[in-house]
Design a protein around this ligand. Structure first.
Ligand SMILES: CC(C)(COP(=O)(O)OP(=O)(O)OC[C@H]1O[C@@H](n2cnc3c(N)ncnc32)[C@H](O)[C@@H]1OP(=O)(O)O)[C@@H](O)C(=O)NCCC(=O)NCCS
Length: 178
């Protein structure tokens, strides 16, 4: 029997479980500073935090996944456009490879699109995110303020032409850099 997966908005009662989950999910990852759990704590207190885009996935009341989309800005010399950063998405290693990460990403996209958000930007695994519509940000003339390979900088349009006419550099909330 397949256990039922429930995706819902995070509440303050979830914080300590989410902290443990993120710590565990990133612990074996080579390209990680192993501090993603602290980033989430800072972002929850940031003006860029959007509560309805902080989601947990649970099975039998156990939190097995988490995703956060935070407000960012894409800027160039002639304009600026709001967007969202996906960081992080994490699934308990005991539950990985069952589609939970994908369901969290799709749920976050749906809720964000319903609220009128037009795009999501992320820095992540080049092979994983294209399944969910992500393409390199260079396709849109968008760059990230990090020294990382272009293939790891990705964007998805949540609405048709969501990034039409948008180009420049992503400006992250300062909480990303502390
Ligand atoms: C990345 C992560 C969220 C995916 O969650 P998940 O529930 O296991 O993912 P899904 O079941 O939806 O998808 C599994 C697929 O993703 C692939 N995948 C998982 N991690 C991957 C990685 N690091 N790079 C490339 N592909 C990856 C699997 O190979 C699998 O591919 P398949 O469907 O072709 O077999 C999860 O592996 C995780 O928490 N990893 C540690 C934290 C992390 O890396 N977060 C993302 C930071 S960019």
């Amino acid at each position: 029997m397949t256990a039922h997966l429930n995706i819902r908005k995070e509440t303050s009662a979830d914080h300590k479980h989410v902290f443990t989950l993120i710590t565990k999910a990133f612990s074996a990852l080579e390209h990680s500073d192993h501090k993603e759990q602290f980033l989430v704590e800072r972002l929850r207190n940031s003006t860029a935090f959007i509560p309805e885009l902080s989601l947990v996935a649970e099975i039998d009341n156990r939190i097995v996944g988490y995703i956060l989309l935070t407000g960012i800005c894409i800027k160039n010399g002639s304009g600026e456009w709001p967007s969202l950063a996906l960081a992080p998405v994490a699934v308990d290693p005991d539950f990985q490879g069952q589609g939970i990460g994908g369901k969290l990403i799709m749920a976050a996209h749906r809720i964000a699109a319903e609220s009128g958000h037009k795009s999501v930007i992320l820095l992540g695994h080049a092979e994983y995110y294209p399944k969910f519509g992500y393409v390199p940000t260079v396709n849109f003339g968008i760059s990230l303020p990090f020294e990382v390979p272009a293939e790891n900088c990705m964007a998805v349009e949540l609405a048709p032409k969501g990034l039409e006419g948008v180009s420049g550099t992503v400006e992250y909330p300062h909480e990303f850099f502390e």
